[in-house]
Ligand binder design. Structure first.
Ligand code: PCA
Length: 324
C-alpha cells in the first residue's frame, strides 16, 4: 500500500488550513476508473479545494481502487486511515439500509426526479452517515441502470441460471427474482469477471459498460432505466469536526460546485455511452414490454422490502418525494 498522509486534525481542537505556510495533504481513494466522470470530478474537486483554501489543503486523488479497493474505502474513511474518499452509496445499504434510498426500482428515473428524491432523503441519509462517523461533502448520480447480457433476452425465461454480477444486495435480489445467480464483483474487476466467465450479465449504466469495454464479451444492453444511483464523497467526521469554519466552508463550496457539475456531466454523457456500446457492436434497445413488466413486479417487492427494513424514515422519504 502506498504511503498515506493521515491527518492529525482529529486530535486537535480546531484546525485551519487557509493561508497556512505548509499545505496539509490528504489522500482521496476513489473506486472507479481514472477516466470515468466521477473520478475526473474528484480531481476538479481537489483543484477547487486547493484554490478555496489558498493552497492550505491539497487533496491527491487515487482512482480505480488503487489506494483502497472500492469495498474498503468506506471503512478506511470511517476509521481515519484516509481522511476523505469516494464510493457508491447503495453499496453501503447492508450497513445502513437507508443508504439504499437511490436504489428503489422505477421510483425516480430521470435526473430531475433523482434530485427530488435526494432532497427528500438528504437529511435522514446525512444523519445515518453521521452515526457512521462520516460527513458527505457531495454526491453525484450515475446514468440510469439497465441490463447487460451475452444474448437477446425477452423475459425471465431467458435469464434462468445466468451468472450475474451484482454491485450490492439489492441488485443480487433483483437477479434472484429473475432466476439468475448473483456474484458481487467490483467495477474495477468487471472485465476480468466477464472474460473468465465468473459473470455473464450485470445491471449498470452505459458508463461502466463503456469504461470496461464490455462489448468484448457481451452483446445486448436493455435500457431499463431502473434507477440512478449516486456516488458520494465522504470525510471522516472527526476530521471534519476538527476543521475551522473557513476550511469547512471552502470544502463545502468546492463540494457543492463539483456535485452540480458532475451531475450535469453524467446527464450529458448518458447517450454518448450508448453510442459507444453500439460502436463496439452491441445491440442497445429498450426492454420488451414482457420483460419490463416482470422487472416492475420484482421492483415493487424490493421497494416493500426496503420499507420494512428502514421503517418510518423510509416511508417519510417516499411521502416527501411524492408530495413534491
Ligand atoms: N456503475 C457502477 C455503479 C453504478 C454504475 O452505473 C458499477 O457498475 O459498479
Amino acid at each position: 500500500m502506498k504511503t498515506i498522509n493521515i491527518t492529525l486534525c482529529a486530535t486537535l481542537a480546531t484546525v485551519g488550513f487557509a493561508g497556512s505556510a505548509m499545505a496539509e495533504k490528504w489522500d482521496m481513494p476513489m473506486a472507479y476508473s481514472a477516466t470515468n466522470f466521477h473520478s475526473e470530478h474528484g480531481v476538479i474537486f481537489a483543484d477547487k479545494v486547493k484554490e478555496y483554501t489558498n493552497g492550505g489543503l491539497e487533496i491527491t486523488v487515487h482512482p480505480g481502487g488503487s489506494l483502497f479497493k472500492g469495498g474498503e474505502i468506506k471503512r478506511a474513511v470511517q476509521t481515519g486511515q484516509a481522511p476523505i474518499g469516494e464510493r457508491f452509496m447503495s453499496a453501503h445499504a447492508n450497513e445502513a439500509p437507508i443508504l439504499g434510498w437511490d436504489n428503489l426500482p422505477f421510483l425516480a428515473t430521470t435526473y430531475e426526479e433523482n434530485d427530488k428524491l435526494w432532497a427528500a432523503a438528504k437529511d435522514k441519509v446525512n444523519a445515518a452517515l453521521a452515526g457512521q462517523n462520516l460527513v458527505a461533502i457531495y454526491t453525484c448520480p450515475w446514468p440510469g441502470q439497465g441490463f447487460y447480457f451475452n444474448k437477446a433476452v425477452n423475459s425471465s425465461a431467458d435469464t434462468k441460471g445466468v451468472k450475474f454480477r451484482s454491485y450490492n444486495s439489492a441488485t443480487a435480489t433483483f437477479a434472484e427474482g429473475l432466476g439468475m445467480i448473483p456474484v458481487q464483483v467490483e467495477a474495477a474487476e468487471l472485465s476480468q469477471a466477464l472474460a473468465t466467465g465468473v459473470a455473464e450479465s450485470f445491471i449498470s449504466s452505459g458508463s461502466t459498460g463503456y469504461d470496461r469495454k464490455v462489448w468484448e464479451h457481451l452483446s445486448h444492453y436493455y435500457k431499463v432505466n431502473a434507477w440512478l444511483p449516486r456516488n458520494y464523497v465522504m470525510v471522516n467526521k472527526g476530521v471534519w469536526d476538527g476543521l475551522d469554519a473557513d476550511t469547512q466552508a471552502a470544502l463545502q463550496k468546492a463540494g457543492d460546485e463539483t456535485g452540480a457539475a458532475c451531475a450535469q456531466k453524467s446527464a450529458d454523457l448518458a447517450s454518448f455511452y450508448f453510442e459507444e456500446l453500439e460502436k463496439g457492436g452491441m445491440t442497445v434497445e429498450p426492454a420488451s414490454p414482457d420483460f419490463l413488466a416482470e422487472l416492475k413486479a420484482i421492483g415493487a417487492k424490493m421497494t416493500d422490502d426496503w420499507l420494512k427494513e428502514v421503517g418510518a424514515d423510509g416511508q417519510a422519504i417516499l411521502d416527501a418525494y411524492k408530495a413534491n
